[in-house]
Design a protein around this ligand. Structure first.
Ligand code: SF4
Length: 256
């Protein structure tokens, strides 16, 4: 059997030679459960359109993390996207007991008070639902792009997510905002109206603001924090979170 790093490198080389929809078709042929997590931003909307246009919706599950703190525009776009592409987007929500516990300890908006309280909120509203969404998945498809921030500048097309024990595929990693904007315009992809109001990156409503001209794309996320590499933990390799590391015996290495 081919060594995993070699298979990852081969798959990455394959994807690099393909246009977006062909990339999704190639990814859809990987073995095992394949999950695409969408936050309904322009990157993810482009991937959803590419999934629909490449006829791979039957083999790629599309899920979103409905944190309970999303913008109204984002929630409306979930419904609109399902209608536009005639596909289902499964909502994963935080556990009510986690919300109760967090609110009792920190207050509903306790994430403004400290980085620790913010991470705790992202943990219960995002990371734990994500762990459920990715349960028994072999492939995780994301809309991460290198151009989104300095912290994402080295994002590969394909990587092994050792924390979750699955293959993480980032089919937009090498694309620019202009590339994906052109695709969205060409195929009339429904977009979050907040993008046109200065929000290139859209997360939870209380934690996202519009950016100023010249600011990095993700500067409006958790804007009150000083750490320039701030993330919610979804795409951080060594994130400290409540996710229980997956035993090696349960890892599902997909054939590439
Ligand atoms: S982005 Fe803000 S509201 Fe959303 S889960 Fe993280 S801390 Fe909580």
């Amino acid at each position: 059997m081919t060594h995993l790093p070699t298979r990852i490198a081969d798959l990455a080389a394959d994807l690099a030679s393909l246009a977006l929809e062909a990339r999704l078709a190639r990814i859809s042929r990987l073995a095992g459960r394949k999950v695409f997590t969408t936050s309904l931003g322009i990157e993810d909307q482009v991937i959803t359109a590419a999934v629909a246009r490449s006829g791979t919706a039957g083999s790629v599950e599309i899920v979103t993390l409905d944190t309970g703190r999303l913008f109204d525009e984002t929630r409306a776009l979930i419904d609109e996207t399902e209608r536009r592409f005639a596909l289902a987007i499964e909502r994963y929500r935080p556990a009510p007991i986690d919300i109760e516990t967090y609110t009792a300890r920190h207050g509903l908006n306790g994430f403004y008070d400290s980085v620790e309280a913010r991470h705790a909120c992202c943990d219960i509203r995002k990371l734990r639902p994500l762990a459920l969404a990715l349960d028994r998945a072999s492939v995780w498809i994301t809309g991460v792009r290198r151009g989104q921030s300095g912290a994402r500048a080295d994002t590969p097309l394909v990587e092994w997510d050792a924390q979750r024990g699955l293959l993480k595929v980032n089919p937009l990693a090498d694309m620019t905002l202009d590339d994906i904007s052109a695709y969205a315009a060409r195929h009339e992809v429904p977009l979050n109206p907040l993008h046109a109001r200065g929000y290139p990156s859209i997360g939870c409503a209380p934690c996202t603001r519009a950016i100023k001209p010249g600011e990095p794309e993700r500067a409006g996320r958790w804007w009150w924090e000083q750490d320039q590499t701030r993330e919610c933990g979804l795409h951080v390799k060594d994130a400290t979170s409540a996710i229980t590391p997956i035993p090696t015996s349960k890892m599902q290495v997909p054939a590439t």
